[in-house]
Design a binder for this molecule. Structure first.
Ligand SMILES: [Zn+2]
Length: 95
């Protein structure tokens, strides 16, 4: 399904991103493109998402995310980008 991603606002195929990770009790789902979803999960752990980045506004206000968006808007919309795990992000996947 193609609809605007709430993060980068591009009209692209999206999937539901849990604003609060599902394993932390999150219920709210917003349309998110694969590139934004991947960046978010490679940048922050589930605990950080729950504690500090539990809303679209919080994520969009982050400097690292803004830099990512500036870059993303220069790319072709058909391409899905995989992010590398951020150096400060904990290795434990589901904590
Ligand atoms: Zn997006």
């Amino acid at each position: 399904m193609t609809e605007p991603c709430v993060f980068c606002l591009r009209n692209v195929p999206t999937r539901g991103h849990h604003v609060v990770p599902r394993c932390k009790g999150g219920r709210e789902i917003v349309p998110t493109c694969h590139s934004c979803e991947d960046f978010i999960h490679k940048t922050w752990s589930h605990n950080e998402l729950r504690d500090n980045f539990h809303s679209v506004e919080r994520i969009c206000a982050d400097k690292r995310f803004q830099r990512f968006l500036r870059w993303l808007h220069k790319q072709k919309t058909e391409t899905v980008f995989k992010s590398r795990r951020n150096r400060t992000r904990t290795d434990r996947k589901y904590r």
